[in-house]
Write a protein of this length. Structure first.
Length: 141
């Protein structure tokens, strides 16, 4: 699937933006990544909820996994394969994409919040002069 095909596929759910990512594409609604396409020949939707993962498993889905260079299989529970029924049924596509968008927005919110905390911590650092005074070090003349 190329970017135009992916946009068409997700059109019944929402207008999406497609970006090259790894060996496929990332699918975004606003700034939230709801899916990965073309990676390992499938569409992987975002999830962060155990109940939703259980529903995906019941629908025949599995988590994104790959074999790392060290030979171990890595499992990423953040993305699960879109159930086959959603490939041909717009209602099924919407059913699975709604919680994917909610999960992606929660993830984006948490990342932004963590970044804001990091920036806020950075502004409270003592100046170098205060740091030297605290440690008892003297400034070189």
């Amino acid at each position: 699937m190329d970017a135009a095909d992916i946009e068409d596929f997700f059109a019944p759910f929402a207008r999406v933006r497609v970006k090259r990512m790894f060996s496929g594409h990332g699918v975004y609604v606003d700034d939230a990544c709801i899916a990965l396409c073309g990676i390992l020949g499938a569409i992987w939707i975002k999830t962060d909820d155990e109940a939703e993962r259980a529903a995906l498993k019941a629908a025949g889905s599995e988590p994104f996994n790959y074999v790392a260079p060290d030979g171990r299989t890595r499992v990423m529970n953040a993305f699960w394969k879109l159930p086959d029924a959603a490939l041909d049924d717009e209602d099924a596509l919407k059913r699975w994409c709604r919680p994917a968008l909610e999960a992606a927005r929660r993830t984006a919110f948490e990342k932004a919040r963590a970044k804001a905390r990091k920036v806020a911590k950075g502004t409270k650092r003592p100046s170098p002069a205060k740091k030297l005074a605290k440690t008892g070090a003297r400034r070189a003349k």
